[in-house]
Design a binder for this molecule. Sequence first.
Ligand SMILES: [Zn+2]
Length: 124
Amino acid sequence: MSTYPNESEMARRIGENEARFRDANEKIEDAALRLQPDMNTLPFVCECGRPDCFAPLRLTVAEYELARQSATFFVCLPGHQLIGKDLGREVDIRDRFVIVEKLGSAGAVAEARDPRQQEAEKTG
Ligand SMILES: [Zn+2]
């Protein structure tokens, strides 16, 4: 992580990555619910925010929805969670996934980029 000029810049970029993968997962859920609403688990992607992580993450829709309860929540593989005062804290640790609440500047990016919040603003 020494390529980042400072810690808050690092946290901001991690937040951007997480938001990007969350956008991808929202599209996966939409498409899957349209095509195969009875599927048991869906192939989501890890939202840990590491620039080199493209790990698949199989979740049920109900599990995925746990992570969409808040604009600052992200879901990732166990062991991929980035924890720290300007990064995040674990809110739910399961066998197959971990839900992380983003804090500090990573949390601010997460909230600003939440696709569900933007949708709510558009429709009122
Ligand atoms: Zn990951």
